[in-house]
Design a protein around this ligand. Sequence first.
Ligand SMILES: *Cc1c(COP(=O)(O)O)cnc(C)c1O
Length: 477
Amino acid sequence: MAHTSDFRSAAHEAADLLADYLDGLPARAVWTPMPADAREGLLGLPLPEQGVELAELLGRVAAQVLPHPMGNGHPRFFGWVNAAPAPAGVLGAFAAAAMNPSAAGGDHADVHLERSVVRWLADLVGFPHPAGGGLLTSGASMATIVALAAARNRAAARLGVDVREEGLAALPPLVGYVSSETHSCVRKAAELLGLGSRQLKTVATDASGHLDPAALRKQIAADLAEGRTPFLVAASAGTVNTGAVDDLDALADVCAEFGLWLHIDGAYGAFGRLDPVSAHRFAGLERADSLALDPHKWLGVPVDCGCVLVRDAEQLRGTFSLVPPYLRDDAAGGLGWFSEYGIEQTRPFRSLKVWATIAAAGRTGIVRDVSRCCALARTLGELVAAADDLELLAPVETSIVAFRYRPAGLDEEALHRVNALLPVAVQERGKAFVTGTVLSGQEAMRACLLNATTTEEDLRILLDEVREAGAALAKLA
Ligand SMILES: *Cc1c(COP(=O)(O)O)cnc(C)c1O
């Protein structure tokens, strides 16, 4: 182990190195493909026989790692759903690693801090928070597995089965409902939990990609009539493709009517509720049984950090705890260990970076940043809609803008080919980064705005880049 005086000087040096890195990002290419030798150098690294000084390690990070970022720290990164790290969160991650506890449970700062930040997250998105009603996870994929496990157990209990003891063999197939826009993590969770992805039924959406409550009600009624066992509806509060928010109130009504578990995927979008212009779209979110969130997306908490919230804490504890009720007593008022509420045993100190990120901005700062991203997205949507050579493919509901390049003179087939190649062509030019998707069979781009330092000028540069790269591709089409 390195001596701590070594650590002190290296840490000071690291602070300068990383501050320079972060300061320098906007002036660099958003992303560049890695040169073959740099890539090979990392892929083929030999296991070192002898150790080196910390200062030497920093030199290697500076030479081999920092020059090749993903791009998501840059104000013109609009790809997928990946945020720039909040500087306060970076410091939180650093300090958390220095303490390095296991946040499984016990009486130390990390455990109690996690209780507070989970409550803060619930408060920010307007979800009820009973004590113990949630925990931090690696991301929304893990949050979804945790939530769906609780949903499965509640459904089993209602059928008189303890699924933890009896397993799925003691149950009829449990049917869940999703839409074509539901994130794949819901299917992954259903598969992992043994529910079977065929038991997830895809319900129709309206033209803007919202799960249709009337179609849902009809499908549930039909399934019940045929003797099936519906148990779950997975709604979206911000889809990845277009940022659409399902009609959560109407879906909550359907779930209440049939006694189904309502899970909401708010991984990307739930914090959009903080934008006063968008807030009304989230009405009903507070009625869900569970909600998956990703502080490592819109809040900019350094990866990894997801969060699962449930309205009934006992549903989680009853699903995961292996501690008999007579042993449940501790410093956190009988809430027990986080490891009784989820899958992880040794757990990282995620709450410090969440605490730092939220505390540095305050609710006011978060509202300001989220609102700015939504306003930028609306502006981008307007710029696209006003252009003859671009086409807006969905209404802008949160901070994602789905569009395509559509110059005069190209038929649908050529438009398809050009738009399929466009995102990577734009990325390789280095000035803006946008990713692609397929919407109702059409090749499309979607720009996701998560960075409050992005400017309107950056939006114009993105569209110029799309046009220039698109024109080059159109010549070949
Ligand atoms: C990112 C995302 C997920 C998956 O979350 P991870 O944190 O990547 O595991 C699920 N749903 C939506 C809408 C997302 O944006």
